[in-house]
Design a binder for this molecule. Structure first.
Ligand SMILES: Cc1cc2nc3c(=O)[nH]c(=O)nc-3n(C[C@H](O)[C@H](O)[C@H](O)COP(=O)(O)OP(=O)(O)OC[C@H]3O[C@@H](n4cnc5c(N)ncnc54)[C@H](O)[C@@H]3O)c2cc1C
Length: 432
C-alpha cells in the first residue's frame, strides 16, 4: 500500500504544473494544509481576525470534495450536493449572504420511488424492513462491544440487499466494514436542502479574499524545530502553527507526511477509512414524462445497484449514485463503465428506446482522485474514538480538521466546516 502511494506521489510530482513557481512569501503565521470546506472555514476565520495565514491546496481549484462544474447554465455537484441538517447547517447563512438560490424541495429519497420496477406495496414493505433494521442497529450500538452494521440484518430478509445499498450510499462503506456505533453517532436531521448554483461553488466562494497557494502539494510537515517547515513542490513555507485538513486515506497511508513521525495520527486516520460514493450525470431528452426528483433503484433485490434521481431540481438530467463495492468495481473500468451500467439498468426498467434519450454529462472518480482517495469517512468497528484522536492538537502548534474529525457530523461538508472553525478558534485562543 505504502509503495503504491509513494509511486502515486512520484507521478503527481511529474505531472505537477510546469509553471509551479517558488513562493513570493515563504513565511506565515498559520499554514492551512488543504483547501476544502475545513481549510476554507479556518482560513476565513483567521483572515477575518487579522491573522496571517496561507491556504495551501494541491489542486488548481478550491473546494476539494466540494466540486461544482457548470453545464448548460446549471451548477452540477460532482461531490457534495446536499446541505444536510439544513436547520443548523452554517452554510445556509453563508449561502444567503452570498445571494444564492436555496432549493428547499424535499429530496428524492423521501418521496415514493417510481413504481415501474417497485410496486407501492413493495415499497411499503421495504420501508418497514428498513425502519426495523435501523431500530436493531440503534439497539446494537448501545452494547458494550462495537459491532458491524451488518450485524443488524435479519437473516433471510428479502430487503437486505437494498438496505445494504442504502447503508453504502450513506456511509460509503459496506455494512460488513462499518462500525454500528459510528453510524449511530451521526447526528443528521431530516432537513436537507440544495443550492442551485452548486454546493462546491458556495464553499469555494467563501474563501474570497483569503491568501491562497494553489497547485501546491504538501509533501512533509517538519515539526522538529522551533519553527514549523511545510515542504511542498514549490518550496518550503515556515509557519508558527499548521492546520492539517487532509482526507484520512492520505494521512493514514503516508506516515512520512510528518517529521518526526506522528503514529497516533497515522493510526487514527487508518481507523477512519474513506468509503466511496460516485455520482454520474446523464442528460435526458424529453424529460417531462417524469416528475421532478423522481427516484428509481436499478434493482430492488441487490446491494449492487445504483440509485437514480430523474430530473434533479427539475433539470433535464439523471443523477446516478453509486456506493462502495459497486463504485469501486466500476471505477476500474473508468467513466464509461458507469455509463454502460447505468444505461443498462435504466433501459432494463424503462425500455430499450430509453437508451437513445440519455448521454454522459459529467462525473468525477473519487477513489482514483489522488488528492481525495475516496468520498467520506466511516469508522471501523472499535475505532470510533479515532475521530477524537485525529482532531486532538499536538504541542499547541499542530491542529487537525476535516470531516473525519467530527464526532457527529462526519462525512459532511458542514461537519468539515465546523472542525476547521474549531481549529481556528483554538489558535486564536492560544494567541491571547
Ligand atoms: C460524491 C460525493 C457526495 C457527497 N455528498 C455530500 C452531501 O450531499 N452533503 C455533504 O454535506 N457532504 C457530502 N459529501 C462529503 C463532503 O464533500 C466532504 O465531507 C467534505 O467536502 C470534506 O471536506 P474536507 O475539508 O474535510 O476535505 P476535502 O474537501 O477533501 O479537503 C482536503 C483538501 O486537501 C487537498 N489536498 C490533498 N492532498 C494534498 C496535499 N498533499 N497538499 C495540499 N493539499 C492537498 C485536497 O485537494 C482537498 O482540497 C460528498 C462527497 C462526495 C465525494
Amino acid at each position: 500500500m505504502r509503495d503504491a502511494v509513494a509511486r502515486l506521489y512520484a507521478l503527481i510530482r511529474l505531472f505537477a504544473p510546469a509553471e509551479a513557481s517558488p513562493f513570493m512569501s515563504s513565511e506565515t503565521e498559520v499554514a492551512i494544509v488543504g483547501g476544502g470546506a475545513a481549510g476554507i472555514a479556518a482560513a476565513r476565520r483567521l483572515t477575518d481576525a487579522g491573522v496571517a495565514c496561507l491556504l495551501i491546496e494541491a489542486r488548481s481549484r478550491l473546494g476539494g470534495r466540494a466540486y461544482t462544474v457548470s453545464h448548460g447554465g446549471y451548477g452540477i455537484d460532482l461531490g457534495c450536493g446536499w446541505l444536510h441538517s439544513a436547520g443548523t447547517n452554517p452554510f445556509v447563512a453563508i449561502a444567503e449572504a452570498q445571494g444564492r438560490t436555496i432549493d428547499k424541495s424535499s429530496p428524492a429519497w423521501s418521496r415514493p420511488a417510481l413504481e415501474r420496477n417497485f410496486p407501492l406495496v413493495d415499497q411499503r414493505l421495504y420501508q418497514q424492513a428498513m425502519a426495523e433494521y435501523f431500530e436493531r442497529l440503534s439497539e446494537l450500538a448501545t452494547g458494550k462491544i462495537d459491532v458491524l452494521c451488518s450485524a443488524a440484518f435479519e437473516p433471510g430478509n428479502r430487503w437486505n440487499g437494498l438496505i445494504g445499498a442504502v447503508v453504502s450510499y450513506i456511509s460509503g462503506g459496506d455494512p460488513s466494514q462499518v462500525s454500528a456505533l459510528d453510524f449511530e453517532n451521526y447526528g443528521g436531521t431530516d432537513i436537507n436542502w440544495r443550492v442551485a448554483e452548486g454546493y462546491g461553488t458556495l464553499i469555494a466562494a467563501h474563501a474570497d479574499g483569503v491568501d491562497i497557494a494553489l497547485d501546491t502539494i504538501v509533501e512533509r510537515i517538519d515539526h522538529s524545530g522551533a519553527t514549523l517547515r511545510i515542504e511542498t513542490n514549490r518550496g518550503t513555507i515556515a509557519a508558527k502553527h499548521v492546520i492539517v485538513t487532509l482526507p484520512t486515506d492520505i494521512i493514514g497511508a503516508r506516515a512520512e507526511l510528518f517529521f518526526p513521525l506522528l503514529p497516533q495520527k497515522t493510526e487514527a486516520a487508518a481507523g477512519l477509512p474513506l468509503g466511496l460514493a460516485d455520482k454520474l450525470y446523464l442528460t435526458l431528452d424529453n424529460p417531462e414524462e417524469f416528475g421532478r426528483d423522481t427516484r428509481v433503484f436499478g434493482l430492488t433485490d441487490s446491494k449492487d445497484t445504483a440509485s437514480y434521481t430523474i430530473r434533479p431540481q427539475g433539470r433535464p438530467q439523471i443523477e446516478g449514485y453509486f456506493g462502495d463495492g459497486l463504485a469501486d468495481e466500476l471505477e476500474r473500468g473508468g467513466i464509461h463503465a458507469f455509463v454502460d451500467f447505468a444505461v443498462g439498468q435504466l433501459a432494463g426498467m424503462l425500455g430499450n428506446d430509453f437508451k437513445k434519450r440519455v448521454s454522459l454529462l459529467d462525473m468525477h472518480l473519487w477513489r482514483a482522485d489522488p488528492f481525495a482517495r475516496g468520498s467520506y469517512s466511516f469508522a471501523l468497528p472499535g475505532k470510533v474514538n479515532c475521530r477524537q484522536a485525529l482532531a486532538a492538537p499536538i504541542d499547541g502548534r499542530l491542529f487537525f480538521a476535516g470531516e473525519a474529525c467530527s464526532k457527529s457530523d462526519f462525512s459532511t461538508a458542514h461537519g468539515a466546516y465546523l472542525t476547521g472553525l474549531a481549529a481556528a478558534e483554538q489558535i486564536l485562543a492560544a494567541r491571547v
